[in-house]
Design a protein around this ligand. Structure first.
Ligand code: PD2
Ligand code: ZN
Length: 305
């Protein structure tokens, strides 16, 4: 018999979406007097929406204070949490009242799945088939082997962890990029100028991208130069331009989530802090049949110029 509590779930979801950690919420809930099994069951539900079923780590509440149930957890956040949340503002689509779609200036985009931690939203119909084909065609003459950033030096290097080919467009480089950038800015409510230009990646048969974080580690010596322009990355949108026959999912190993690379759809994820607590570790699984193309859009804290 499940012991979930809807008030508790809503409070957890609101706070998770704003970057409060699972551990902090568990502590708060225990202190507010909720029973361990209700907290555990509610947290399982809070981090899952629709069909996504992550193996949430078992909730350890041993030694927890058994306070009386009168100390009802108030769903409103405390003032100190509010300040923290304001500082941690990240791109976020308006999902109030659980809409099934969001209209932007030129296109209706459908919500495929939503997860609280990591903050992940799957969109379908973000790009038209023609837009996918045009981005691929425009990228062809300039595709080169992808690189990774060496966190010690900040240098871009060819690495076995990333076996795709790729290229970049400047922000607003052509009318197609401008249209997509404006659409994304509306969709996730983040200024166009805070975005990097689109990156196009081609994964041939066998190519992959081993799990990584998209933010730059602020403590790594190589990050200082990168962070001077626009601050850190706070969110990523991977748009699928061509579906392979098999493989090529975008994976979130911390929560056992795989997003299928279906042409025209996209996965959005944000990370309020540049820290593994964001659970934003993600990778590109090997393509095992066919070829996969994506366009990646990274969003920064501030204007990227
Ligand atoms: O192509 C992907 O699925 C993928 C996976 C992980 C892309 C990126 N990261 C990226 O462009 O950062
Ligand atoms: Zn990535």
């Amino acid at each position: 018999m499940s012991k979930i509590n809807s008030e508790l779930i809503k409070w957890m979801r609101d706070n998770l979406a704003n970057g409060v950690t699972v551990d902090q919420l568990l502590t708060d809930a225990v202190q507010a007097g909720w029973a361990d099994d209700v907290i555990a069951a509610s947290m399982q539900v809070a981090v899952v929406v629709l069909k996504i079923s992550p193996p949430v780590k078992s909730v350890q509440l041993a030694g927890a204070q058994k306070l009386s149930k009168h100390h009802k957890l108030h769903p409103k956040i405390s003032q100190s949490q509010q300040i923290k949340q304001d500082q941690n503002r990240v791109p976020e689509p308006n999902l109030e009242n659980s809409p099934t779609y969001i209209d932007t200036f030129d296109r209706r985009i459908y919500i495929g799945a939503v997860m609280a931690l990591p903050r992940v939203v799957v969109f379908s119909n973000l790009l038209s088939e023609q837009e996918c084909d045009d981005l691929i065609a425009l990228s062809q003459p300039k595709l080169t082997r992808s690189t990774t950033v060496n966190s010690a030096t900040g240098a871009f290097e060819v690495h076995g962890a990333r076996t795709s080919d790729g290229t970049y467009f400047m922000l607003g480089e052509n009318p197609l990029c401008q249209r997509i950038e404006r659409r994304i800015a509306e969709l996730v409510r983040w200024p166009i100028e805070n975005g990097e230009g689109l990156q196009i990646l081609r994964y041939s048969n066998g190519a992959n991208y081993t799990p990584h974080y998209d933010y730059f580690d602020p403590t790594a010596p190589g990050s200082a130069t990168i962070l001077k322009t626009g601050g850190n990355r706070v969110a990523t949108i991977v748009m699928y331009l061509q579906s392979p026959e098999k493989g090529g999912a975008t994976t979130f190993p911390d929560v056992g989530l795989e997003v299928a690379p279906v042409k025209g759809s996209a996965v959005f994820f944000s990370y309020a802090q540049p820290h593994p607590d964001s659970k934003s570790l993600h990778g590109g699984a090997p393509v095992t049949e066919g070829e996969k193309y994506v366009a990646t859009k990274w969003l920064r804290e501030r204007a990227y110029r």
